[in-house]
Design a protein around this ligand. Structure first.
Ligand code: LLP
Length: 425
């Protein structure tokens, strides 16, 4: 169910009118629904109940401390991709024993930090990374738990920028090299080979490619076991995609169904080969936890009719929400207070000095300057990808809980944007 709905002619987040939020906090502002966030997390957590499983929220999707804190309190683990994300997760109270570290370019400093904090596992992506981690762990007198990110060469059939499991991608160890890489890892004294992982891409609406990847991981686990390399966990990567609401879009497979199918396959395999002995299963969903829990609230500055196109100039821009211009992603835009009158076809653009600064194209809207608009399904990869381009302070963020609104990140002030800079004389 959507936690954004029209009540008395005004779009609400839970039971707070977005117009009230705009009046109180200004625009652009990211608005998140706590109920939606928890519901989305529980779609995963509940489907894993009673299992040896861990849901590690991929915090790159939205790393606001308040979001992380809500998830910590529900028992979430975290998938991180930098030392900064680790410190953020810990600042929100995350249990380091539930943190996994993904990414192709972990620095020595990041490895040290993660080892010092005692994270659950490093998802290692190359042989040089194995050696670096072995050296760092050795210097610290520790053994690092590792999982190899195997590239199963499965076509996720998603946008090329967010497809990661093909041979041509920079990610992971090629499937054909995996066995040798595991052998190499098993020989390194300061590493403990703990698991296997993959991540084939994001915004997958169908789970067939994920299950195909799972089958490949299962085969590999059997091959490794035959060599005496026994893995304790299997991490199948990111979550299911979300419905952005574009015409003709297929609905995503329900999360519970997908997870049910994963466990069905795993149970059948363990029953046949390992006397039913379980293996820990890790999921790393990001988008599906936060996307539909968030909207980007903005105001219309000007309407600019043109010969070829009508432009609706808003106060949000590509620096606030990169997805449209970066991936040509279609994001729904709704008036906060729909008005009667003739709709015109608009391109929604921001004030940034680039033609690429657009948020939506060809939308039928009956609007006037000063009206509020909400970009829907904006909770994932929105604020976390925002920048300060054009010296624009990043948007405020609020979380709505029933009839209460909490400011969880205030708007940045311009002077804060150059506070770290110094003039040379
Ligand atoms: N695990 C790893 C190793 C990942 O690289 C990602 C996402 C995830 C998990 C989470 O995947 P999800 O559940 O969110 O699909 N900025 C792009 C998406 C980039 C995804 C990067 N990796 C977008 O806005 O569409």
């Amino acid at each position: 169910m959507s936690h954004f709905s029209y009540q008395n002619g005004v779009l609400n987040a839970e039971s707070v009118p977005l117009s009230q939020i705009a009046a109180q906090f200004g625009t652009p502002t990211y608005v998140y629904s706590k109920a939606a966030l928890l519901e989305n997390f529980h779609a995963y957590a509940d489907a894993c109940r009673g299992r040896d499983a861990l849901v590690c929220y991929a915090m790159k999707a939205n790393s606001n401390l308040a979001v992380l804190d809500l998830l910590v309190r529900e028992g979430a683990g975290f998938d991180i991709v930098s030392g900064g994300e680790l410190l953020r997760a810990l600042a929100a109270g995350a249990d380091p024993g539930k943190v996994i570290f993904s990414g192709v370019g972990k620095t020595v400093e990041e490895m040290k930090l993660a080892l010092d904090k005692g994270i659950l596992c490093f998802n290692v992506e190359s042989i040089p990374e194995l050696h670096r981690l072995n050296d760092v762990a050795g210097q610290m007198g520790k053994r690092a738990k590792v999982s190899l990110r195997v590239n199963p060469d499965v076509d996720a059939k998603t946008h090329p920028y967010i497809s990661t499991g093909l041979k041509a991608n920079k990610f992971g160890v090629a499937f054909s090299d995996a066995l040798d890489t595991y052998r190499a890892a098993a020989r390194l004294p300061h590493l403990e080979v703990a698991g296997i992982d993959c991540h084939i891409g994001s915004q997958l609406l169908d789970d067939a490619p994920l299950l195909e990847a799972l089958d490949k991981l299962i085969d590999l686990i059997d091959t490794l076991a035959a060599e005496g390399i026994h893995l304790h966990h299997l991490d199948i990567g990111g979550g299911i995609g979300v419905n952005y609401g574009a015409a003709g879009d297929e609905p995503p497979v329900p999360v519970g169904e997908y997870i049910g199918r994963v466990f069905q396959r795993i149970d059948a395999w363990r029953a046949a080969k390992y006397d039913g002995k379980p293996i820990k299963v890790i999921f790393e969903p990001g988008r599906s936890i936060v996307a539909n829990a968030g909207a980007l609230l903005m105001s219309i500055e000007f309407l600019k009719p043109g010969e070829e196109k009508n432009f609706c100039v808003v106060d949000a821009a590509m620096n606030d929400m990169m997805r449209p211009t970066l991936y040509e992603a279609w994001m729904a835009v709704q008036p906060v207070t729909p008005r009667e009158g003739k709709a015109l076809c608009y391109d929604l653009v921001g004030p940034i000095c680039e033609s690429g600064d657009w948020l939506a194209r060809g939308r039928e809207l009956a609007v006037q300057p000063g009206d509020l608009l909400a970009m829907m399904t904006a909770g994932a990869y929105g604020m976390s990808m925002a920048s300060n381009y054009n010296t624009r302070g990043r948007a405020a963020e609020v979380i709505v809980d029933g009839d209460k609104v909490h400011l969880v990140r205030r708007r940045e002030k311009p002077e804060e944007l150059y506070a770290l800079e110094t003039i040379i004389r």
